[in-house]
Write a protein that binds this ligand. Structure first.
Ligand code: FAD
Length: 485
């Protein structure tokens, strides 16, 4: 399709996949502009070399149960780089003990009390076991804060020792503030359909989610890190990428959209036939404020959490003291700075090295910004202190890295799906505009890729319709816009 210009704003996985899919659908002649506010591509995907080993310091794995990431990786010819975790199992740290992480749960919510009993006190286990006997008043379509609902019905221990650490790992959020319907959709659906308790709903969801083939890996990654995916998407999209150019304004024009880029002092305008916004919720809110105030208000309902990842390359000898597990989630009550350690060399065979052993620490939960308000050296010190407390390892790292993710993860609060539905409704009524990204239907990479694919197809549908309508009217196309006679 010639003489067509589409602007994609934001170059995280969502924007990159949108640009790539637009290219495959529109062909080589379309002009696809990728505009990124920071000076690098990839957003929350970033790979560094630490101690000679590739380490992802943003997202480090994707769920293989959903098809989107796997099929994109195959489509891009990266299938040979696919890697799956070793058999090392995860653990959780609570009440001063490190314990195996129960496997058969939905983000910590078990289908049967026995599945989590090993983690709880006798009273805590009894509370969970009693949950199915409590009357449940659930109206179909209702939403609730996961932690609050569970505390009321199954006691605090299950939340504090398991559900909160797991949700903290995925969303950098707290169980008491995250909504059931967006974080545990299959459980909410089972409740809507009449499951009589939370455990019964989890049991239904776990059974439905079980793969017919049984086991198989849950997560996958790429041997060289996710920057290989970024590079492949950029190459496949054949885009003109503008880095360090935050989009400040968006306005409708008679022929499409006008974007204002860069700092106000050196503002630049770019006209496009269509625009895809693949930016986090606060940027969505700002950019939509003028052209679509109701969509902007909906985006404004989504808060974001900041986090940091600290990588340590420890001398190889430290491996002797490193637990055999793939890592440890840390309950907030432990009062450590770190919320999770991944023992990367234990979790991923390809991350092993004869010289170093890699450890990756995550820090930061929503509403607890203070943990991150330290300089990089202080964060590394805090991580080392926590590692020593949990494993006894005090070895000086041979290399370290600190990656900060300001506002990197949206918080799916109760009512999140309503906010997203309102946002998408408003966008749907606006021609030549689409949104993609972690704000919408899941923070994981497959979900982001899914929104990108949908956004690209929506834009192509719009351009095709417009072209057809113009052909009927005998219109002519001009670069950056299409004009009727
Ligand atoms: C530390 C961390 C670990 C994670 N681990 C995993 C994991 O293991 N597995 C998993 O599946 N998911 C993980 N996630 C979640 C997943 O990585 C993200 O949800 C996903 O990468 C988000 O992609 P995105 O493109 O929607 O947004 P982003 O990656 O946030 O990209 C948005 C881009 O928009 C740019 N931008 C913002 N405003 C503007 C503007 N006004 N103009 C132009 N550009 C703008 C930003 O600079 C950014 O590059 C993790 C997230 C974080 C932060």
């Amino acid at each position: 399709m010639s003489n067509t210009r589409v602007a994609v704003v934001g170059a995280g996985i969502s924007g990159l996949t949108t640009a790539y899919r637009l290219r495959t659908l529109l062909g080589p002649a379309a002009e696809i502009m990728l505009i990124e506010g920071s000076r690098r591509l990839g957003g929350a995907l970033r790979t560094v070399e630490l101690g000679g080993v590739a380490l992802d310091v943003g997202a480090e794995a994707f769920l293989v149960r959903r098809p989107e990431a796997l099929s994109l990786i195959e489509e891009l010819g990266l299938g040979e780089q696919l890697r799956y975790p070793t058999s090392a199992a995860p653990t959780v740290r609570a009440v001063g003990r490190t314990m195996p992480l129960p496997i058969r749960t939905m983000l910590g919510l078990p289908g049967a009390a026995a599945d989590v009993a090993g983690l709880l006190s006798a009273q805590g286990a009894a509370r969970v076991a009693a949950e199915p006997t409590m009357p449940l008043r659930w109206e179909a379509g209702r939403d609730a804060a996961v932690g609050l609902l569970l505390r009321e019905r199954a006691g605090d221990e299950l939340v504090d020792r398991l559900v909160d650490p797991l949700l903290g790992g995925v969303y950098a959020g707290r169980a008491d503030a995250l909504g059931l319907r967006a974080t545990l959709p299959a459980v909410a659906t089972a409740l809507d359909r009449g499951a009589g308790s939370l455990l019964a709903a989890a049991s239904v969801a776990l059974t439905a989610g079980r793969r017919p083939t049984g086991g198989g890996p849950v997560f996958g990654t790429l041997s060289g890190g996710f920057e290989g995916l970024v590079d492949a998407l950029v190459a496949g999209a054949a885009v003109c990428a503008r880095l360090g150019r935050p989009v400040r304004g968006l306005a409708r024009t008679p022929h499409g959209w006008r974007l204002q880029l860069g700092l106000t002092s050196e503002a630049e305008h770019l006209d496009a036939d269509a625009v895809v916004l693949a930016v986090p919720a606060p940027a969505l809110r700002r950019l939509l404020a003028d052209p679509l105030p109701a969509a902007s208000a909906a985006a404004g309902r989504v808060e974001v959490a900041s986090s940091a990842v600290v990588g340590l390359a420890l001398p190889r000898a430290a491996a002797q003291a490193l637990p055999e597990s793939s890592g440890v989630l840390v309950a907030a009550s432990e009062l450590l700075s770190v919320k999770a350690f991944t023992f990367s060399g234990r979790k991923w065979a390809h991350a092993r090295s004869a010289q170093v052993v890699l450890v990756r620490a995550s820090m930061g939960r929503h509403g607890e910004a203070r943990v991150l308000q330290r300089d990089d050296a202080e964060l590394v010190d805090a991580v080392r202190a926590d590692l020593a407390a949990l494993t006894g390892i005090t070895a000086t790292p041979v290399a370290t890295v600190v990656a900060r993710w300001g506002g990197g993860l949206p918080q799916y609060a109760p009512g999140h799906l309503d906010a997203v539905a309102a946002l998408e409704r408003e966008i749907a009524g606006s021609t030549g505009l689409a949104v993609a990204g972690a704000t919408l239907h899941g923070v994981g990479l497959p979900a982001c890729i899914g929104t990108a694919d949908t956004a690209a197809r929506r834009i192509v549908g719009y351009l095709n319709d417009r072209r057809a309508a113009n052909a009927v009217r005998g219109g002519v196309e001009v670069p950056g816009g299409t004009m009727g006679p």
